[in-house]
Design a protein around this ligand. Sequence first.
Ligand SMILES: Nc1ncnc2c1ncn2[C@@H]1O[C@H](COP(=O)(O)OP(=O)(O)OP(=O)(O)O)[C@@H](O)[C@H]1O
Ligand SMILES: [Mg+2]
Length: 383
Amino acid sequence: MKTTPDNSGDVRLSGISKTYGSFTAVHPLDLTVPEGSFFALLGASGCGKTTTLRMIAGLEEPTTGTVRLGDQDVTNLPPYKRPVNTVFQSYALFPHLDIFENVAFGLRRRGIKSVKKQVEDMLELVQLGEQARKRPHQLSGGQQQRVAVARALINHPRVLLLDEPLGALDLKLRRQMQLELKRIQTEVGITFVHVTHDQEEAMTMADTVAVMNGGRVEQLGSPADLYENPQSTFVANFLGTSNLIEAEVDTKNGDDIVLKAAGGKLVLPQARCSAPTTAGGRVLVGIRPEKISLTHADDAGRIPEGRNRLTGKIADASFIGVSTQYVIDSPVCDGLAVYVQNVERDGRLVPGADVVLHWSPAHTFGLDAAQRIDAGTEEEVAA
Ligand SMILES: Nc1ncnc2c1ncn2[C@@H]1O[C@H](COP(=O)(O)OP(=O)(O)OP(=O)(O)O)[C@@H](O)[C@H]1O
Ligand SMILES: [Mg+2]
């Protein structure tokens, strides 16, 4: 029984860091991965995901800190003595062995003679029972990756580490495999730690996501929590799209903060603001594109009271089937994104039209204005 909170979690990293010469790849990091959960490390290229994973596996020696798996401190154990297994992007199956023997490999190496039942069960789990006698090159990329997962799971590791395992697959297969991996994890109940730079992938699969940036964890939470309550501009921009509007604190009104932006007023619940809110201080007001409604300026009088509103002009509209994505220039900020579901389309909402953007104050979040407003955007990450 695990009684003290200190021993909770299947993987527990305490003050773990990695430096290469004068460069710090991972800053001292504390992280607890709950037992039996699907945990994702998400971040842009070079942020330290693989380094963190390799320290858990024992393939990289931490500069400081400890790694615990269950109640065992494994910091000084070599990789093969740790109850973990890793699946990499390049699945590196044995080309001369058939699928059955690839999966059986881990058992045979441990000297186990009767492998048939276990291998068959494992092939069943990854839905490759029919392919047992094929060689790796006769399978598709997604099938090969499932063999790699089966091979890694056959020894019943305590934790399965996955480093961009779907990186080599095309988008459609990737989506299928995301659901497939999630199903496998739920079925076997083993803790998965999955590394990816794809925010959609992390959100689809993981119970908990740790968003990494520059060798640090910026925020940790469930996908919905990260999306609805980002605590930094990096998280707001890296997970989906956010409109961030510079505003000035005007007054407080009960549990709300009233802000001024380009002459207009915006209301933000105090509880959804992670920035200091002294009068006259600056705050970035955030709102997700799908939370905003668009009304033609001629109908502005019909917008219900109590909603945040901004005026603007449609600069661009792209019809993408389920929704139309608008780009709107407003006195507060150019290039606001608004996504409107295609239910009843207002034919007047075309480029050049004057519109009012409005949304519920409850959907607004507030961030510290002392950060880069474009942190985590595609442009910023690529630079
Ligand atoms: N052996 C090494 N020597 C020096 N620097 C290294 C070494 N290994 C990694 N780094 C640096 O540490 C940083 C983190 O690398 P890491 O491989 O953990 O990134 P990552 O988040 O996995 O990126 P990617 O998404 O591109 O795989 C990078 O800047 C990388 O260049
Ligand atoms: Mg990596």
